[in-house]
Unconditional design. Structure first.
Length: 240
C-alpha cells in the first residue's frame, strides 16, 4: 500500500488491468519493482509504447519517485529529450562504447565527438582543412573560406577540426547588393524551404556544402533565392 501511494495509485488497488490507462499500467510496473526494495532500478525504454503526452507525464513521475526514494537508476532511451530531462548523468553510447559521460547541460553544449553532436541535434558539420589556435580564438579554413571562433574554456582540450552547429543557431539573411562577404559569412542559395509552423526550415546550398537552417519569420525565403549564412563565433563547437 505504501508503494502504491508513492506511485500515486492509492485507491486503484481493486482495479483490473483493463480498467487502467497506459500511464497507470506503467506505474503499476514501477510499483512491482519498488516493492522488493531494490538497491538499483533498471529501465529499458519504459515509455516507448506511450503517446507523447503520457511520456512527458511519466518521465516526470519517474524522476519524482527516483528523487523521493534515492534509488540509483539506470535508464536506457533513444529519446534525447527524455534522456536529458530525467538524468543527473548521461552516457551516450555508440556500438557498446561510451563516447561521452557527463551531466546533461555539458553534453548538450559541448559534445566531444561527431556521433554525440549528431545525437543531440547538431545537424550541420564542416570538416575543416586547417585549424590554428592563438590569442583566445580559433581560426579555421575550409576550401579557402576562413572562420573565427571564440576559444571557450570548456573546449581547451579539444583538438577536433570538425565544426558542428545546430540549425537554430545559424543566422540567415537576404543577400545585399555590395557583393562583399564578411567574416564567418557564406553566400548561399535556398535549395528547399519547409514550413514547420512556428518557423521555416531551409536547406541552403553553399560553396562548402549544404546547411540546414531554422528561422522564425512571417514570410519565407523562396526556393532559389540568394542569401547570406552567418556562423556566430560562439555557436559552433569543434568535435573529433
Amino acid at each position: 500500500m505504501n508503494v502504491l501511494e508513492i506511485v500515486n495509485l492509492k485507491g486503484f488497488e481493486k482495479r483490473y488491468p483493463q480498467e487502467l490507462s497506459g500511464g497507470q499500467k506503467q506505474r503499476v510496473a514501477i510499483a512491482r519493482a519498488l516493492v522488493i526494495e531494490p538497491d538499483i532500478l533498471l529501465f529499458d525504454e519504459p515509455l516507448s509504447n506511450l503517446d507523447a503526452n503520457l511520456r512527458v507525464n511519466m518521465r516526470v513521475e519517474i524522476r519524482r519517485i527516483q528523487q523521493e526514494l534515492g534509488i540509483t537508476t539506470v535508464y536506457v532511451s533513444h529519446d534525447q529529450e527524455e534522456c536529458f530531462s530525467i538524468s543527473d548523468q548521461v552516457a551516450i553510447m555508440n556500438k557498446g562504447i561510451i563516447e561521452q559521460l557527463s551531466d546533461p547541460a555539458t553534453i548538450y553544449k559541448y559534445p566531444e565527438t561527431k556521433f554525440v553532436a549528431d545525437f543531440i541535434g547538431f545537424k550541420n558539420f564542416i570538416d575543416f582543412d586547417k585549424r590554428t589556435d592563438h590569442d583566445g580564438k580559433i581560426e579555421l579554413n575550409k576550401s579557402g573560406y576562413s572562420f573565427v571562433l571564440h576559444k571557450d574554456p570548456q573546449m581547451t582540450n579539444s583538438t577536433g577540426k570538425i565544426g558542428a552547429i545546430r540549425p537554430d543557431d545559424l543566422l540567415i539573411r537576404e543577400k545585399d547588393n555590395t557583393g562583399a562577404v564578411q567574416e564567418n559569412n557564406l553566400s548561399g542559395r535556398v535549395k528547399v524551404s519547409t514550413y514547420l509552423g512556428r518557423s521555416y526550415q531551409y536547406v541552403v546550398e553553399t560553396p562548402i556544402g549544404d546547411f540546414t537552417v531554422n528561422k522564425e519569420m512571417a514570410e519565407c525565403y523562396r526556393t532559389g533565392q540568394e542569401i547570406i549564412l552567418e556562423i556566430p563565433r560562439n555557436q559552433m563547437v569543434l568535435v573529433d
